[in-house]
Write a protein that binds this ligand. Structure first.
Ligand code: KIV
Ligand code: ZN
Length: 524
């Protein structure tokens, strides 16, 4: 069992607690299917993540089943399930994580005056009683218990210290002090950890953890400051996915610690060459594009455009590069495959790109590759990644595009006739729109009998050139729920239609209301 699991402190090692599947999935529109969650969990486990927070088991049967499935699937990491400070939540989380080789119950309660007064309507003394009772309940179910003081950074330090002391006494092995609303600044965050660790009896017997949100763009800086202040676990997500502006980005924390080991002498267990692949997997599973200039994993993170930079790079890469693309798993984009490439070469290429597909998925991907190679002269690595990710995202779709014809006339009408398969039944629709995309989206709405609000529509080229595949992204809102859809195709209009359908399909995935309001939850 790791030190994180047993609660023994370690001065050099920083444990990485990934919450992409819990806090990340709470991000509006980032809902993942069970298969996608398993794929993400496997990538995190292979990468060396110490603790994977797999979900919030009480939120819905789907969430419970997902935590159980991840717990059974993961080989090395501790698997955590979230629970409010409510007996039923804790029992359900315990039931889910007991399937893991190493399971953890992560229970939380708000401690700040503003949460106590307006959300929980409890006194400080009542919350102290709740902490003792709920942590003890969790500890009776497992010897690996994390307790979080929600909104810790807006909690008076004396009261926070009393809460932490009681949680430790009741048996917590990890103490998390979250910056729930992304309010902290680094110096103050470091001081909070230092002060709590110095003054609370028993602090040396547990691991302290930072959990920072990015509302002011300070999540990573605050997480690193917390480590300086004594935290030895950092909670983060791939691509910084998460509520509102997101959580601290795992890849940034890992690479900052690695690249600046001279200034921050702490090691993680993460194999950094897996970062780029993990980013792609999460982006595809959550249907969340990564911003181009995102540190470490953005498309432009290692691109050098200006003449001076290019000149320097040619003379010595270290002039403008503080880490190599290879260190995060990025390989040179090469002209790789064409229509004469066979199954073995395609399998090799997939392996090189980090994909191990089952036989059926491989055959489907190969067929799509052949179709693409027939229509597109050069097939690049990025095309293959888009093709495989797109395939993975659409397997559970209940509604599929069968056929589509679009007629578009300058200054005239734009018409879409389409055929969909809805749960195996053929449905036809036609619509005249003000533009081709308008006609397509309205025809789909007519065919499926739903009228979601279009929040976002964007199209991008997977590679350069006019024959590049188009990657379309659609975000829809219906009855308070948001879902995103992605698709890549050589034809922009077909990509747009399939992305729209992908989002409609995701709107139909059942999800418990509690899951969406995890951080709004109150103890009772
Ligand atoms: O941001 C937060 O406070 C949380 C807790 C549930 C740990 O996500
Ligand atoms: Zn959070």
């Amino acid at each position: 069992m790791s030190a994180a699991a047993t609660g023994t402190s370690n001065t050099e090692r920083v444990f990485i607690f990934d919450t992409t599947l819990r806090d990340g999935e709470q991000s509006p529109g980032a809902t993942m299917t069970l298969d996608e969650k398993l794929q993400v969990a496997e990538a995190l486990d292979e990468m060396g993540v110490d603790i994977i927070e797999a979900g919030f088991p009480i939120a819905s049967n789907g969430d419970f089943e997902a935590v159980v499935a991840v717990a059974k699937h993961v080989k090395n990491a501790v698997v955590a399930g979230l629970a409010r400070a409510i007996p039923a939540d804790i029992a359900r989380a315990g039931e889910a994580v007991r399937h893991a080789r190493q399971g953890r119950i992560h229970t939380f309660v708000s401690t700040s005056p503003i949460h106590l007064a307006h959300q929980m309507k409890k006194t400080e003394e009542q919350v102290l009683e709740i902490i003792s009772a709920t942590v003890a309940q969790a500890r009776n179910l497992t010897d690996n218990v994390e307790w979080s003081a929600m909104d810790a950074t807006r909690t008076p330090i004396d009261y926070l210290a009393r809460c932490v002391e009681l949680a430790i006494r009741a048996g917590a092995t990890t103490i998390n002090l979250p910056d729930t609303v992304g309010y902290a600044v680094p110096e103050e965050h470091e001081a909070m950890f230092r002060s709590i660790i110095e003054r609370v009896p028993g602090a040396d017997t547990v691991i302290f953890s930072a959990h920072c949100h990015n509302d002011l763009g300070l999540a990573v800086a605050n997480s690193l400051a917390a480590v300086r202040g004594g935290a030895r676990q950092v909670e983060c997500t791939i691509n910084g996915l998460g509520e509102r502006a997101g959580n601290a980005a795992l890849e940034e924390i890992v690479m900052a610690l690695r690249t600046r080991a001279d200034a921050m002498p702490y090691a993680t267990n993460i194999e950094s060459t897996h970062l780029s692949r993990a980013s792609r997997i999460v982006s595809a599973a959550a249907n969340f594009p990564v911003q181009y200039n995102k540190a470490i994993v953005g498309k432009n993170a290692f691109a050098h455009e200006s003449g001076i930079h290019q000149d320097g790079m040619l003379k010595n890469a270290q002039t403008y590069e503080i880490m190599t693309p290879e260190s995060v798993g990025i390989k040179e984009t090469t002209l790789v495959m064409g229509k004469h490439s066979g199954r073995a070469a395609f399998k090799d290429k997939l392996r090189e790109l980090g994909y191990e597909l089952g036989e059926n998925a491989f055959q489907e991907a190969f067929q799509r590759f052949k179709d693409l190679a027939d229509r597109k002269k050069h097939v690049y690595d990025a095309d293959i990644v888009a093709l495989v990710d797109d395939e993975a995202g659409s397997v559970d779709d209940r509604i599929r595009l069968v056929d589509m014809e679009v007629v578009s006339k300058t200054g005239g009408m734009h018409r879409c006739d389409l055929v969909l398969s809805v749960d195996g039944r053929e449905v036809r629709a036609s619509f005249d729109g003000t533009g081709s995309v308008d006609a397509i989206f309205n025809a789909i709405k007519q065919a499926v009998g739903k009228d979601p609000h279009l929040v976002l529509y964007a199209v991008d080229g997977v590679t350069g050139g006019t024959d590049a595949q188009a990657s379309a992204h659609v975000r829809l809102e219906m009855n308070g729920r948001i879902a995103s859809g992605n698709a890549a195709e050589p034809d922009t209009l077909v990509a747009s239609a399939r992305a729209y359908l992908n989002a409609v399909n995701r709107l139909m995935i059942e999800r418990g209301a509690a899951a969406q309001g995890a951080t709004e939850a109150v103890a009772s």
